[in-house]
Design a protein. Sequence first.
Length: 356
Amino acid sequence: MMSRQAFLCSLGSLYLSLLFVFLLMDVYARPANNSVLKEKPADSKDENEILPPDHLNGVKMEMDGHLNKEFHQEVFLGKEMEEFEEDSEPRKNRKKLMVIFSKVDINNDKKIGAKEMQRWIMEKTDEHFQEAVEENKMHFRAVDPDGDGHVSWDEYKIKFLASKGFNEKEIAEKIRNNEELKIDEETQEVLDNLKDRWYQADNPPPDLLLNEEEFLSFLHPEHSRGMLKFMVKEIIRDLDQDGDKKLTLSEFISLPVGTVENQQAQDIDDDWVKDRKKEFEEVIDANHDGIVTMEELEEYMDPMNEYNALNEAKQMIAVADENQNHHLELEEILKYSEYFTGSKLMDYARNVHEEF
């Protein structure tokens, strides 16, 4: 009969043998890496530095055609938006909001009118613009290694593919020797779209070399009227189902949201459709004829459009204007803080008068 010690030793040997077999199975089961150019997974931060972002601060719609859910907070808080985190202490956020109220209320009459809110929205939007300019300087240096003040499409392509995990030196050598690059279909599609955007950002006379200002337009089309038109064309191309270069309500709300698997997901989809329908009918379709043209969408997307800023100011006031005097008092903004800041404040009324 086997002793307890011998049994344990035998069991341990069996475990090690099985572990070794499983490790071998894992190695051989992994899919082969067919591209000799792949190096390591891309660092998302590096990739985002040179890839045009889908989300543009202070712009009402994302690049992919989705509505910007944080737009109201962005144009009300500006760079201070990060300070209003969900887990921040409500009392501190309340004080911050009181300070903002006093800055918006430039005539010190203890209420905010549409013109005051319009001025504030334009100021906060400009903050986002300046932030993008500063970030662009850093990103431009990253893709302009020789520091000559210009970036060629090939230089950008090399840096972009490197950020996606390809070996930068091998990519550069293959491009220099006009050799074929083994790139997956999805990455190639992204590159083709980026090249179209690159051409659009290249101001006359076209030379396929972007300077720092042109590179800013490439990453942030909201900074250039020409690129803004191009972004609108891309959005309409993605949503326009009948090819007439216009959008009907049904086309605008048909953007796929995701798979509906339960009632909660259905509610989210229903809210999504309701939000898009309201934005289409009340804001984007300026002449209310049931059709959104490129011109209407361009005006809607332009973050520095003063008329849009005034309309936005009136809408923001209407959300919290409980006494219907077409102005916002501090109590109203505090009560509807989640709309303006994304942060819900509790017991605002008890402390408002003693703190302000």
